[in-house]
Ligand binder design. Structure first.
Ligand code: NDP
Ligand code: A1CAB
Length: 273
């Protein structure tokens, strides 16, 4: 059994750990953080809490760094001795930190895999990108894919594309949550209670996403599936309600706003690195 040790237990580690617990793999998880959030996560989910960072490193086969990017150098500086002794596989989910930057902060020859998950890991629907560092093997990649595929879909991605990926998947749940909140507010304006409006919009988003996936699969397999643009056309009856809404949304800059959001996210990731 592989033991996955999480350093940092905030939003992202919390989502992955909750996904692992939902997958029945809580026995493989160990957590630690500096100021009490790991203790709270362990209490909430029943996973084991390490006594200290060095203890976690000594016990884990795979150490997952889930602290903010600017905290990673300090955390690794405090763990050098333990990392050098145990030589675990190190996984980072931090935005903006390349595998080569991570390797420069670790003992020589450290095996590093970079992962970019998203918050949907908590419901086992993350979209996670993976890239290996210079010393990591195919087996190392498979160990991390084994962890992340328990909490959603995974894809191996060239590291140069991670900034774009963060815009499309790592950060995009916040774009979608903003969309849900805004559309639900429109429902409230029209007289629907907020909780009911959120439930309605969430199911509409879920169903739309599933439709895109099913059509994309059909397109791959048979060449017949519809693209997202085809699906927009399928909902827009000529002279109907939807096209009136889509035209008004585009007049207000909906597509441009999303593209600008993705560009700013990508630019910020490049800036962090
Ligand atoms: N949030 C998201 O949707 C996503 C986040 N990420 C990446 O995940 C990483 C974590 O982000 P997120 O979970 O949102 O951040 P949070 O602020 O929610 O969590 C950060 C965690 O770091 C811990 N921490 C802070 N300082 C130290 C320290 N010196 N030693 C050990 N642990 C420490 C905190 O615990 P304590 O206070 O107890 O020390 C806390 O549990 C980031 O690098 C981010 O780029 C990647 C994809 C998506
Ligand atoms: O906002 C951030 O920097 C992190 C990385 C991806 C999602 N949250």
């Amino acid at each position: 059994m592989t033991t996955y040790g999480f350093i940092g237990a905030g939003n992202m580690a919390g989502a992955i750990v909750e996904g692992m617990v939902a997958a029945g793999r809580s026995a493989e998880v160990l957590v630690w953080s500096a100021h009490g959030s790991a203790a709270a996560l362990a209490e909430r989910t029943g996973v084991a809490l390490a006594a200290s960072g060095p203890d976690l490193v000594a016990l884990a086969d795979v150490v997952v760094l889930a602290v903010k990017p600017h905290v990673v150098p300090t955390v690794l500086a405090g763990l050098q001795e333990a990392l050098d002794a145990a030589r675990p596989l190190v996984v980072s989910v931090a935005a903006g930190l390349s595998t080569s930057r991570l390797e420069s902060l670790l003992p020589d020859g450290a095996r590093v895999v970079r992962a970019m998950p998203n918050m949907a890991a908590g419901v086992r629907e993350s979209m996670t990108a993976l890239a290996t560092g210079a010393a990591a093997s195919q087996e190392d990649l498979e160990a991390v894919a084994g962890l992340m595929s328990e909490v959603g879909s995974t894809m191996v991605l060239a590291e140069k594309d991670f900034s774009a990926f963060i815009a499309l998947a790592g950060s995009s749940p916040a774009f979608v949550f903003t969309f849900v909140e805004a559309l639900a507010r429109a429902g409230v304006e029209a007289g629907i209670p907020k909780a009911q409006a959120v439930e309605i919009v969430a199911q509409a988003v879920l169903g739309s996403a599933r439709t895109v996936q099913v059509e994309a699969r059909r397109r791959r397999e048979t060449g017949q599936g519809r693209t997202p643009a085809d699906l927009v056309d399928a909902v827009c009856s000529p002279g109907g309600t939807t096209v009136a809404g889509v035209v008004a949304m585009e007049r207000a800059g909906f597509s441009s706003a999303l593209i600008e959001g993705a560009r700013a996210t990508r630019a910020r990731d490049l800036e962090l690195s």
